[in-house]
Design a protein around this ligand. Structure first.
Ligand code: ZN
Ligand code: ZN
Length: 274
Protein backbone atom coordinates (compact mmCIF):
# COMPACT_ATOMS: atom_id res chain seq x y z
CA UNK A 1 0.00 0.00 0.00
CA UNK A 2 0.97 3.66 0.02
CA UNK A 3 2.29 6.03 -2.63
CA UNK A 4 5.78 6.62 -3.97
CA UNK A 5 5.62 10.21 -5.16
CA UNK A 6 9.08 10.59 -6.71
CA UNK A 7 9.82 8.24 -9.61
CA UNK A 8 12.06 8.62 -12.69
CA UNK A 9 11.82 6.62 -15.92
CA UNK A 10 13.86 6.29 -19.13
CA UNK A 11 12.06 9.46 -20.31
CA UNK A 12 14.73 11.26 -18.22
CA UNK A 13 17.66 9.63 -16.41
CA UNK A 14 15.92 6.56 -15.00
CA UNK A 15 16.95 3.18 -16.36
CA UNK A 16 13.51 1.51 -16.27
CA UNK A 17 10.85 2.31 -18.89
CA UNK A 18 7.52 3.88 -17.87
CA UNK A 19 5.79 0.50 -18.41
CA UNK A 20 8.53 -1.27 -16.44
CA UNK A 21 8.04 1.15 -13.57
CA UNK A 22 4.27 0.49 -13.57
CA UNK A 23 4.88 -3.28 -13.51
CA UNK A 24 7.27 -2.95 -10.56
CA UNK A 25 4.79 -0.72 -8.69
CA UNK A 26 2.07 -3.37 -9.18
CA UNK A 27 4.42 -6.13 -7.96
CA UNK A 28 5.22 -4.03 -4.89
CA UNK A 29 1.46 -3.53 -4.29
CA UNK A 30 1.80 0.25 -4.27
CA UNK A 31 -1.45 2.17 -4.34
CA UNK A 32 0.00 4.83 -6.62
CA UNK A 33 3.09 6.49 -7.99
CA UNK A 34 3.95 9.91 -9.34
CA UNK A 35 6.10 9.93 -12.47
CA UNK A 36 8.39 12.93 -11.92
CA UNK A 37 10.98 12.92 -14.67
CA UNK A 38 13.52 15.75 -14.99
CA UNK A 39 12.22 18.42 -17.38
CA UNK A 40 9.99 16.05 -19.35
CA UNK A 41 6.48 14.64 -19.25
CA UNK A 42 7.19 12.02 -21.95
CA UNK A 43 6.93 9.10 -19.51
CA UNK A 44 3.40 9.92 -18.35
CA UNK A 45 1.31 8.91 -21.39
CA UNK A 46 2.93 5.48 -21.93
CA UNK A 47 2.49 4.66 -18.22
CA UNK A 48 -1.13 5.86 -18.12
CA UNK A 49 -2.07 4.07 -21.34
CA UNK A 50 -0.55 0.83 -20.08
CA UNK A 51 -2.51 1.05 -16.82
CA UNK A 52 -5.76 1.72 -18.69
CA UNK A 53 -5.21 -0.93 -21.39
CA UNK A 54 -4.32 -3.61 -18.84
CA UNK A 55 -7.05 -2.50 -16.43
CA UNK A 56 -4.54 -2.16 -13.59
CA UNK A 57 -5.29 -0.74 -10.17
CA UNK A 58 -2.62 1.92 -9.83
CA UNK A 59 -3.18 5.61 -9.24
CA UNK A 60 -0.74 7.41 -11.53
CA UNK A 61 -0.11 11.05 -10.70
CA UNK A 62 1.34 13.12 -13.55
CA UNK A 63 4.39 15.00 -12.34
CA UNK A 64 7.68 16.63 -13.22
CA UNK A 65 10.93 17.62 -11.52
CA UNK A 66 12.33 21.03 -12.50
CA UNK A 67 15.79 22.36 -11.62
CA UNK A 68 16.48 25.91 -10.57
CA UNK A 69 19.58 27.78 -9.49
CA UNK A 70 19.33 29.44 -6.13
CA UNK A 71 22.43 31.27 -4.91
CA UNK A 72 25.02 28.87 -6.41
CA UNK A 73 22.98 25.80 -5.55
CA UNK A 74 20.87 23.58 -7.77
CA UNK A 75 17.48 23.15 -6.16
CA UNK A 76 14.78 20.78 -7.41
CA UNK A 77 11.08 21.58 -7.57
CA UNK A 78 8.49 18.84 -8.04
CA UNK A 79 5.20 19.52 -9.80
CA UNK A 80 2.21 17.24 -9.14
CA UNK A 81 -1.13 16.80 -10.93
CA UNK A 82 0.12 18.96 -13.77
CA UNK A 83 -1.76 19.21 -17.06
CA UNK A 84 0.98 17.49 -19.03
CA UNK A 85 -0.53 18.51 -22.36
CA UNK A 86 -0.41 22.25 -21.57
CA UNK A 87 1.15 23.95 -24.67
CA UNK A 88 3.03 26.53 -22.59
CA UNK A 89 4.63 23.79 -20.52
CA UNK A 90 5.54 21.73 -23.59
CA UNK A 91 7.11 24.79 -25.20
CA UNK A 92 9.29 25.43 -22.11
CA UNK A 93 10.29 21.78 -21.92
CA UNK A 94 11.59 21.85 -25.50
CA UNK A 95 13.85 24.76 -24.49
CA UNK A 96 15.16 22.76 -21.52
CA UNK A 97 15.77 19.73 -23.71
CA UNK A 98 17.87 21.75 -26.15
CA UNK A 99 19.79 23.26 -23.24
CA UNK A 100 20.47 19.81 -21.76
CA UNK A 101 21.81 18.45 -25.04
CA UNK A 102 24.03 21.50 -25.55
CA UNK A 103 25.33 21.14 -22.03
CA UNK A 104 26.14 17.43 -22.47
CA UNK A 105 28.09 18.29 -25.64
CA UNK A 106 30.04 21.01 -23.76
CA UNK A 107 30.88 18.66 -20.87
CA UNK A 108 32.09 15.93 -23.24
CA UNK A 109 34.22 18.56 -25.03
CA UNK A 110 35.77 19.59 -21.71
CA UNK A 111 36.49 15.96 -20.79
CA UNK A 112 38.10 15.40 -24.19
CA UNK A 113 40.24 18.52 -23.68
CA UNK A 114 41.35 17.00 -20.37
CA UNK A 115 42.50 13.95 -22.32
CA UNK A 116 39.64 11.63 -21.30
CA UNK A 117 38.34 9.50 -24.14
CA UNK A 118 34.60 9.95 -23.73
CA UNK A 119 32.56 9.52 -26.88
CA UNK A 120 29.36 11.60 -27.18
CA UNK A 121 27.62 8.85 -29.19
CA UNK A 122 28.19 6.42 -26.32
CA UNK A 123 26.68 8.98 -23.89
CA UNK A 124 23.62 9.23 -26.15
CA UNK A 125 23.30 5.44 -26.22
CA UNK A 126 23.28 5.43 -22.40
CA UNK A 127 20.25 7.75 -22.45
CA UNK A 128 18.24 5.01 -24.26
CA UNK A 129 16.34 7.56 -26.33
CA UNK A 130 15.45 9.71 -23.32
CA UNK A 131 16.91 13.05 -22.26
CA UNK A 132 20.68 13.14 -22.02
CA UNK A 133 21.86 14.02 -18.52
CA UNK A 134 25.04 14.08 -16.50
CA UNK A 135 24.33 10.58 -15.06
CA UNK A 136 24.76 9.19 -18.60
CA UNK A 137 28.16 10.89 -18.95
CA UNK A 138 29.05 9.53 -15.51
CA UNK A 139 28.08 6.01 -16.67
CA UNK A 140 30.49 6.31 -19.59
CA UNK A 141 33.24 7.59 -17.27
CA UNK A 142 32.72 4.50 -15.09
CA UNK A 143 32.58 2.20 -18.14
CA UNK A 144 35.90 3.64 -19.34
CA UNK A 145 37.46 3.14 -15.92
CA UNK A 146 37.98 6.87 -15.21
CA UNK A 147 35.88 6.53 -12.06
CA UNK A 148 34.76 3.51 -10.06
CA UNK A 149 31.27 4.81 -9.21
CA UNK A 150 28.78 7.34 -10.56
CA UNK A 151 29.30 9.42 -7.40
CA UNK A 152 33.05 9.45 -7.94
CA UNK A 153 32.58 10.51 -11.59
CA UNK A 154 30.53 13.48 -10.40
CA UNK A 155 33.01 14.39 -7.67
CA UNK A 156 36.12 14.09 -9.83
CA UNK A 157 34.87 15.43 -13.16
CA UNK A 158 31.35 16.65 -13.80
CA UNK A 159 29.77 17.77 -10.51
CA UNK A 160 29.44 21.45 -9.64
CA UNK A 161 32.90 22.86 -8.95
CA UNK A 162 34.65 19.96 -10.75
CA UNK A 163 36.88 20.60 -13.80
CA UNK A 164 34.45 19.48 -16.55
CA UNK A 165 31.33 21.06 -14.99
CA UNK A 166 29.25 23.25 -17.25
CA UNK A 167 26.14 25.14 -16.09
CA UNK A 168 22.77 24.76 -17.76
CA UNK A 169 19.92 27.19 -18.49
CA UNK A 170 17.42 27.00 -15.69
CA UNK A 171 14.22 28.70 -14.55
CA UNK A 172 14.30 31.33 -11.84
CA UNK A 173 12.92 30.04 -8.49
CA UNK A 174 9.66 31.99 -8.77
CA UNK A 175 9.22 30.98 -12.43
CA UNK A 176 9.20 27.27 -11.56
CA UNK A 177 6.39 27.74 -9.03
CA UNK A 178 4.45 29.90 -11.51
CA UNK A 179 4.84 27.41 -14.38
CA UNK A 180 3.56 24.52 -12.25
CA UNK A 181 0.64 26.64 -11.07
CA UNK A 182 -0.23 27.61 -14.65
CA UNK A 183 -0.47 23.89 -15.48
CA UNK A 184 -2.91 23.40 -12.62
CA UNK A 185 -0.35 21.63 -10.46
CA UNK A 186 1.09 21.67 -6.97
CA UNK A 187 4.71 22.81 -6.46
CA UNK A 188 6.80 20.95 -3.89
CA UNK A 189 10.36 21.56 -2.71
CA UNK A 190 12.23 18.31 -3.46
CA UNK A 191 14.63 16.65 -0.96
CA UNK A 192 15.17 19.79 1.18
CA UNK A 193 17.71 17.86 3.25
CA UNK A 194 20.10 18.04 0.29
CA UNK A 195 20.03 21.85 0.30
CA UNK A 196 23.24 23.16 1.86
CA UNK A 197 22.03 26.71 2.46
CA UNK A 198 18.88 26.06 4.51
CA UNK A 199 17.84 29.72 4.15
CA UNK A 200 16.70 28.70 0.65
CA UNK A 201 13.94 26.57 2.20
CA UNK A 202 12.44 29.64 3.88
CA UNK A 203 12.81 31.69 0.72
CA UNK A 204 10.98 29.08 -1.38
CA UNK A 205 8.18 29.14 1.19
CA UNK A 206 8.03 32.94 0.90
CA UNK A 207 7.89 32.60 -2.90
CA UNK A 208 4.73 30.54 -2.52
CA UNK A 209 5.77 26.88 -2.82
CA UNK A 210 2.81 24.61 -1.98
CA UNK A 211 4.55 21.73 -0.26
CA UNK A 212 7.71 20.07 1.02
CA UNK A 213 9.06 16.59 0.28
CA UNK A 214 9.36 15.60 3.93
CA UNK A 215 9.80 11.83 3.44
CA UNK A 216 12.95 11.06 1.48
CA UNK A 217 15.43 8.16 1.81
CA UNK A 218 18.43 10.42 2.57
CA UNK A 219 16.63 12.40 5.26
CA UNK A 220 17.63 11.57 8.82
CA UNK A 221 14.89 11.07 11.41
CA UNK A 222 15.75 14.51 12.73
CA UNK A 223 15.43 16.12 9.29
CA UNK A 224 12.12 14.35 8.63
CA UNK A 225 10.60 15.59 11.87
CA UNK A 226 12.02 19.10 11.34
CA UNK A 227 10.58 19.42 7.81
CA UNK A 228 7.28 17.87 8.89
CA UNK A 229 6.95 20.40 11.71
CA UNK A 230 7.90 23.26 9.39
CA UNK A 231 5.27 22.16 6.84
CA UNK A 232 2.61 21.99 9.52
CA UNK A 233 3.55 25.42 10.90
CA UNK A 234 3.46 27.01 7.44
CA UNK A 235 0.32 25.18 6.31
CA UNK A 236 2.18 23.38 3.49
CA UNK A 237 1.41 20.02 1.90
CA UNK A 238 3.61 17.06 2.88
CA UNK A 239 4.88 14.62 0.26
CA UNK A 240 7.50 11.90 -0.01
CA UNK A 241 9.12 9.54 -2.45
CA UNK A 242 12.07 7.30 -3.16
CA UNK A 243 13.60 9.25 -6.11
CA UNK A 244 13.75 5.88 -7.89
CA UNK A 245 16.01 5.76 -10.96
CA UNK A 246 16.16 1.97 -11.41
CA UNK A 247 17.72 -0.96 -9.59
CA UNK A 248 21.25 0.02 -8.67
CA UNK A 249 23.24 -0.30 -5.47
CA UNK A 250 23.76 3.45 -5.32
CA UNK A 251 20.12 4.38 -5.80
CA UNK A 252 16.97 4.03 -3.75
CA UNK A 253 14.53 1.30 -4.67
CA UNK A 254 10.94 1.87 -5.75
CA UNK A 255 8.65 1.98 -2.74
CA UNK A 256 11.49 2.65 -0.24
CA UNK A 257 9.31 5.55 0.77
CA UNK A 258 5.56 4.94 0.88
CA UNK A 259 3.44 7.85 1.93
CA UNK A 260 -0.03 7.16 3.27
CA UNK A 261 -2.94 8.01 1.02
CA UNK A 262 -4.08 10.79 3.41
CA UNK A 263 -1.18 12.92 2.14
CA UNK A 264 -2.32 12.39 -1.45
CA UNK A 265 -5.93 13.14 -0.41
CA UNK A 266 -4.69 16.44 1.05
CA UNK A 267 -3.07 17.28 -2.28
CA UNK A 268 -6.25 16.42 -4.17
CA UNK A 269 -8.45 18.50 -1.87
CA UNK A 270 -5.95 21.39 -2.08
CA UNK A 271 -6.45 21.41 -5.86
CA UNK A 272 -10.21 21.31 -5.39
CA UNK A 273 -9.91 24.54 -3.43
CA UNK A 274 -8.39 26.59 -6.24
ZN1 ZN B 1 16.02 15.87 -7.42
ZN1 ZN C 1 14.34 13.08 -8.65
Amino acid sequence: MGYDLHVHTTASDGIVSPIGVVRRAIDLKLEGIAVTDHDTVAGISPATEYINNEGLELDLIPGIELSIDFEQEEVHILGYFIDYRNPKLLEKLILFQEARTQRAVKIVEKLNQMGLKVDYDRVREMAIGGLIGRPHIAQVLVEKGYASTIKEAFRKYIGRGSPAYYPRYKLLPGESIKLIKECGGISVLAHPGHIKNQRIVGEMIDLGINGIEVFYPDHSEQQTSYFRKLSQEKGLLITGGSDYHGESAERNQLGTIRVECCYVDNMKSFLGCF
